[in-house]
Design a binder for this molecule. Structure first.
Ligand code: AP5
Length: 241
């Protein structure tokens, strides 16, 4: 069994240390509820939550070179090119808090990204993919009504999940904002890109050693989370997380 090592060159395998790691990959279209459930999953599994979208938005906010390079892709609803995604993500995964694994939200987005991830991981690092299933007709309303905390990134919804106090995050007191790419015309483009480039990942993980679990994310949020725990518990019987 292997573990994730800090090599300075990415996530690598150790033959000497026998501890395995688990990567939980959250798949699903924009607005499916990946970010909504990632924080609670992170607490439940004691694994860090890594959202590539949040990392990009942080870079845009801080006006870094990476932020300047990715902004126009995101604001057009297109995918950021792989070379800009992979370095940033693998560097984040080298941090010590990822030694037991992590929850990946928004990555991989293409089969090429999934293969790059596989190539980086130890043979004994387990990948579990949860596919959040929601029809497109529901997603537009979800995304165009979304509010996100500027500080802790927690998502709310004007109608389905309103904050207790208008525009204030229930969890950290931060200001709630609307994401730039949540305008309806950009959301439609993001959905188109999802179906074309990201949906093939469902088949990729279905074929991969019993890695895929489906979650009906059209249900109310509390039920979705119960279903997520159930999906993870069936996996737990095979290998402890
Ligand atoms: P990213 O930030 O990853 O966005 P996304 O994948 O489009 O997903 P969202 O954050 O929109 O949706 P979510 O599933 O998290 O939904 P949420 O839980 O908030 O990516 C943004 C951009 O960055 C991409 O377009 C691309 O340009 C770039 N990018 C990122 N990663 C990349 C990569 N790997 N490669 C290339 N480019 C990349 O829920 C949505 C709303 O619904 C909320 O308001 C919530 O309150 C509500 N809601 C949730 N669940 C329910 C429920 N059960 N019932 C009712 N309402 C609900």
């Amino acid at each position: 069994m292997g573990c994730i090592l800090l090599t300075g060159q990415g996530v690598a395998m150790s033959q000497s240390n026998q501890k395995a790691a688990t990567i939980v990959v959250l798949l699903g279209p924009p607005g499916a509820g990946k970010g909504t459930h990632a924080t609670a999953m992170s607490e439940h599994l004691s694994l860090p939550h890594i959202s590539t979208g949040d990392l990009f938005r942080e870079n845009i906010r801080n006006n870094t070179v990476l932020g300047q390079n990715v902004k126009s892709f995101m604001n057009q609803g297109k995918l950021v090119p792989d070379e800009l995604v992979l370095d940033m993500l693998f560097q984040r995964m080298e941090a010590p808090d990822c030694a037991r694994g992590c929850i990946l939200d928004g990555f991989p987005r293409t089969v090429a990204q999934a293969k790059a991830l596989d190539a980086k991981l130890s043979k004994n690092t387990r990948i579990i993919a949860l596919n959040f299933n929601v029809p497109d007709s529901v997603l537009i309303e979800r995304i165009t009504g979304r509010l996100v905390c500027k500080d802790c990134k927690k998502p709310f919804h004007k109608r389905f999940d309103p904050p207790k106090q208008a525009n204030v995050c229930d969890t950290c007191g931060g200001t709630l904002v609307t994401r730039e790419d949540d305008q309806e015309n950009i959301v439609r483009k993001r959905l188109e890109v999802y179906h074309e480039e990201s949906q093939p990942l469902i088949e990729y993980y279905a074929k991969k050693n019993d890695s895929l679990r489906e979650v009906d994310s059209q249900n109310p949020k509390e039920q979705v989370f119960r279903d997520i725990l159930l999906a993870l518990s069936t996996l737990k019987t095979k290998e402890s997380l």
